[in-house]
Write a protein that binds this ligand. Structure first.
Ligand SMILES: [Zn+2]
Length: 182
């Protein structure tokens, strides 16, 4: 495994040499492509025609097997309508068996539902494989890109609003100077 420190940002090397900065993603690499794609999705892809609606149909709300799926799906907004499904979606423990049947079940839903699903989970990248590492949950997409899902999961899991606000307060107090007085 290559794990270079990100120390080349200052770029004090003489110009002209074709040296790749260690912090740069190679152009066209999976990382850069996925990053670009995610950015596009969160902004909403251009073209404001009605056919660009990527909302889930009202009667075919998405079914999420994992909290991070809802988080990811919610980040993708419809260019016409914004939020694409009712939140919070109901997420419960879903067995592996049930999860593996989901893609087939979705195939039987309306084209609009599939379009909505694929907008956040392009079939060339999803479903991802889950990998636990050091207490963190990573998602390995089909092209090899790894996303960190752990933080998403924490934020999206049910009944965490109090935890989130606690975390927010903790972060807020930490954002100030190391002040022992509350
Ligand atoms: Zn829409």
């Amino acid at each position: 495994m290559i794990n270079k420190p990100l120390s080349g940002m200052g770029n004090s090397k003489p110009q002209g040499a074709t040296v790749l900065g260690p912090g740069d993603f190679p152009l066209g690499s999976p990382e850069s492509r996925v990053a670009a794609r995610l950015r596009l999705q969160s902004v909403g892809v251009g073209g404001e025609l009605p056919s660009d609606c990527i909302c889930f149909p009202e009667k075919e709300q998405p079914f999420f097997c994992e909290p991070y799926e809802e988080e990811i799906a919610a980040k993708v907004k419809c260019p016409l309508h914004g939020d694409r499904f009712q939140q919070p979606a109901y997420v419960m423990y879903v067995s592996k068996w049930r999860r593996e049947k989901e893609p087939a079940r979705r195939q039987r839903l309306s084209p609009q539902h599939q379009k909505a699903w694929n907008a956040s989970f392009p079939p060339e990248l999803w479903p991802a494989e889950e990998e636990m590492e050091g207490g963190k949950l990573f998602l390995r997409l089909k092209d090899g890109t790894r996303l960190l899902a752990y933080e998403l999961e924490v934020r999206a899991s049910a009944a965490t609003s109090s935890i989130v606000s606690t975390l927010g307060r903790a972060a807020g107090s930490r954002a100030g100077l190391e002040n022992p007085v509350l």
